[in-house]
Ligand binder design. Structure first.
Ligand code: GLN
Length: 313
């Protein structure tokens, strides 16, 4: 145990030490306030095993919005609300190889390629049931609380407001999809639901618990609460493994080999089924929208601990 802690500390130092603010090639997402640039050096790493043991390194109390990491959990609830077949009719499980906000569709099936890019995530949000946008967000929050074990988990209103006013691309995508028959209903309501999920804030250890819940058959290893029905785990984790890192998913699968999902706030969550969940946070992003230091640390972690799912044991 101490050995692991030591290794993790060392990883943090190798992947982040002495680097001061942004590294060459690092960016902080544009719709964030300037404040984010000042936060570029923040770094947190945490792991939670399915038996409930945890490891933490660095800034583990800082809260950050889930952004695209939320797509995984929203998709899970969409699957529960509609079943696999109806969900598959609406959104595929095929990697697109395109950036997360790209305007491309699976023309053969008239649906977005997968629920990990914005187009597919907007459709998944649309599948979450509820009589109003508030009720749909509340249902999502309830789930997210089960995944983290934090009953206080909430949407950060300021982050939500910022996103609601700088949202042309998601609006455009939504209108286009509605005109193509991929999306129905009120577009503003749906964006509110999608962006609320993006604006839920977590700490790095909470993120690792969410990932560990997926690794643990959908049951939170700290609280014993169920967050996702077992039958949908296969779908959620396989989509994550193929599409979770956007257009860098192939490289990630090759170099790191752990099903994972990133978000533009600099968070990355990794799930090793039956073993553990990993949370990493560092806001500097690469051109794909993935955390530079987060990717570096996961790559090194996978190598040192032999975590690659396809590596020779
Ligand atoms: N909230 C962001 C958006 O919809 C999420 C994108 C991301 O994390 N890649 O644009």
């Amino acid at each position: 145990r101490e050995l692991v802690q030591e290794q993790l500390e060392d990883l943090r130092n190798t992947c982040t030490a002495g680097r001061g603010s942004l590294l060459p090639g690092e960016e902080v997402v544009s719709y964030y306030p300037a404040e984010m640039e000042a936060r570029a050096d923040e770094f947190g790493l945490a792991g939670t095993n399915v038996d409930g043991t945890q490891w933490k390194v660095g800034d583990c109390d800082i809260r950050f919005p889930l952004h695209s990491i939320s797509k995984v959990f929203t998709y899970g609830l969409a699957l529960e609300d509609n079943g696999l077949d109806a969900t598959l009719d609406a959104v595929g499980v095929e990697p697109s190889g395109d950036p997360f906000n790209s305007i491309t569709f699976d023309d053969v099936h008239n649906r977005p390629f997968n629920p990990m890019i914005n187009a597919g995530a907007l459709v998944a949000a649309n599948l979450v049931k509820g009589s109003s946008k508030e009720e749909r967000v509340e249902r999502l929050l309830e789930r997210y609380r089960a995944y983290t074990g934090n009953p206080e988990l909430a949407v950060d209103q300021q982050i939500l407001d910022e996103q609601l006013v700088s949202n042309d691309r998601n609006l455009g995508l939504s209108y286009l999809m509605r005109s193509l028959g991929m999306l129905s209903g009120d577009i503003d309501d749906n964006l509110y639901v999608y962006l609320s999920a993006c604006s839920i804030t977590v700490t790095t250890p909470e993120l690792s618990v969410m990932a560990a819940t997926l690794a643990n058959g959908g049951v939170n290893p700290l609280t014993g609460d169920s967050a996702l029905h077992r039958e949908h785990l296969r779908t959620v984790i396989s989509v994550m493994s193929m599409c979770g890192m956007y257009d860098a998913a192939g490289e990630w699968a090759h170099d790191v080999g752990i099903p994972a999902k990133s978000g533009v706030s600099g968070g990355i969550m990794g799930t090793l089924p039956r073993y553990f969940g990993l949370g990493v946070y560092s806001p500097g992003l690469d051109r794909h929208g993935n955390s530079v230091r987060g990717v570096a640390v996961c790559r090194e972690l996978s190598r040192r601990f032999g975590l690659h799912v396809f590596a020779d044991p």
